[in-house]
Design a protein around this ligand. Structure first.
Ligand SMILES: [Zn+2]
Length: 279
């Protein structure tokens, strides 16, 4: 979920539906909203010459969408062999049980409550299906259970809600924590700098073709917001709703409840680092 519309200075991307890389195809779920941008991106990922595919984030519980994902895989000559979740928010995970039923697959996720079958997912795991290799990257912050999937063969990373194709994401306090989120962004930056990742395949919005630029933009945006929140507190805006009204004045009001979660996460962070006094 997002906390802001498109922002100036942000890297521009392309591909909302259909093939994005040699191995990844996006099927857009029909759940567009202020919080989900164009809708949830459900990713079908497979080696070009393999009959087996992995689906990342089946999306909302929408039978037409879930069947559409299966059909698109089948038309490409693939059978869905495994379902993975980037995190447990319903716009990504609610349809996972039904999708697993339609495909006969297991569901792997960090959070044991979301799994179907005996296998979880953890940082450093390498998922191999039909020759496809996905490396699991721990990226808590949007939520505690957020993961990204590094697809080295396409120099791409599937980011769920950790990085979006447009705008910026919510640090969903109290489950999501800002310190974790900044560490996760730095981890993704190292994927772009040290491992040659150049494409972001996000959970919402278009593909970003300058992954490092996107990560730098997110880090700069978070630093900017954090400074704004710190200044607002120093100027006497003490409650989270006062801070939202002051700092997010330029953002559509429908996004203020989400922005307030990010503000609460930022207030926690500032307190923990001794940058503002206790509430
Ligand atoms: Zn989410």
């Amino acid at each position: 979920m997002t906390d802001a519309a498109a922002l100036p200075g942000q890297p521009r991307g392309g591909v909302l539906s259909g093939p994005a890389t040699a191995r990844a195809v996006n099927v857009l779920a029909p759940n567009a909203s202020a919080m989900t941008l164009d809708g949830t991106n459900t990713w079908i990922v497979a080696e070009p010459d393999s009959e087996l595919a992995v689906v990342i984030d089946p999306g909302p519980l929408d039978d037409v969408h879930l069947r559409n994902v299966v059909d698109i895989a089948e038309k490409a000559g693939k059978r869905v062999a495994l379902t993975l979740l980037t995190h447990g928010h319903p716009d990504h995970a609610e349809g996972a049980g039904r999708f697993a039923e339609l495909t006969g697959t297991k569901v792997r996720a960090l959070d044991p409550a979301l799994r179907l079958g005996d296998e979880g997912l953890a940082a450093g795991n390498v998922v191999t299906t039909g020759g496809l290799e996905l490396r699991v990257v721990s990226t808590p912050g949007h939520t505690a259970d957020s993961l990204c999937f590094h697809l080295p063969a396409d120099r791409a990373v599937l980011t769920g809600d950790t990085i979006l194709g447009r705008g910026t994401t919510v640090v969903a306090h109290p489950d999501g924590r800002l310190g974790d989120y900044l560490d996760s962004l730095r981890r993704l930056r190292s994927l772009t700098v040290d491992d040659g990742v150049h494409m972001v395949l996000p959970g919402h919005g278009p593909v970003l073709e300058d992954a490092q630029g996107a990560v730098e933009f997110y880090l700069a945006h978070r630093a900017h917001r954090l400074a704004q929140v710190e200044t607002a507190v120093e100027d006497g805006y003490t409650t989270s709703s006062q801070v939202v009204a002051h700092v997010y004045a330029d953002v559509d009001r429908s996004l203020w409840p989400a922005a307030e979660l990010s503000v609460l996460a930022q207030l926690d962070y500032l307190r923990e680092h001794g940058l503002i006094g206790e509430a």
